[in-house]
Ligand binder design. Structure first.
Ligand SMILES: [Zn+2]
Length: 119
C-alpha cells in the first residue's frame, strides 16, 4: 500500500507541476499583452474562465496530495486502515478502491451529509 500511495503522490506532484507551468505561461502571455486589441474583452473573459478552472483543478490536486500525505503518516503511526471516527477497520476492499480513505463507509457518508462523526 505504501508503494501505491507513493506512486499516487508522484503522479499528483507531476499534475501539480504541469498546472503551475500552465498558469505561469498564461500569466506571462497576458503580461506581454500578446492579445490582439480587437477581441481583447472576449479573450480576457475566456482566459479568466480558463484560469478559474485551472485553479479549481489545482486545488483539487493539492487536496488529494494532502490526503496521500495523511495516509502515509497513518501508515507510519500504525493507524492506517482504521476509521478516524469510530475506530473500526475500514476494510480492504474500500482501501483498495480509495487508498487515502480516512473513514469507514458509514462515517464517510455521515461526513458527506455534513453530520459530525461521533467521538
Ligand atoms: Zn467509522
Amino acid at each position: 500500500m505504501r508503494k501505491r500511495l507513493l506512486d499516487e503522490r508522484t503522479r499528483l506532484e507531476g499534475a501539480r507541476a504541469g498546472l503551475l507551468d500552465e498558469d505561469l505561461q498564461e500569466s506571462e502571455e497576458s503580461a506581454t499583452g500578446e492579445l490582439a486589441s480587437t477581441d481583447q474583452h472576449a479573450d480576457i473573459a475566456s482566459e479568466t474562465v480558463e484560469r478559474e478552472t485551472g485553479n479549481s483543478i489545482l486545488e483539487q490536486v493539492e487536496g488529494e496530495l494532502t490526503d496521500v500525505d495523511r495516509a502515509l503518516v497513518r501508515l507510519d503511526d500504525g493507524s492506517y486502515g482504521f476509521c478516524e471516527a469510530c475506530g473500526k477497520p475500514i476494510g480492504e476492499a474500500r482501501l483498495e478502491a480509495v487508498p487515502t480513505a480516512r473513514f469507514c463507509v458509514e462515517d464517510q457518508a455521515a461526513q458527506e451529509r455534513g453530520v459530525r462523526p461521533a467521538g
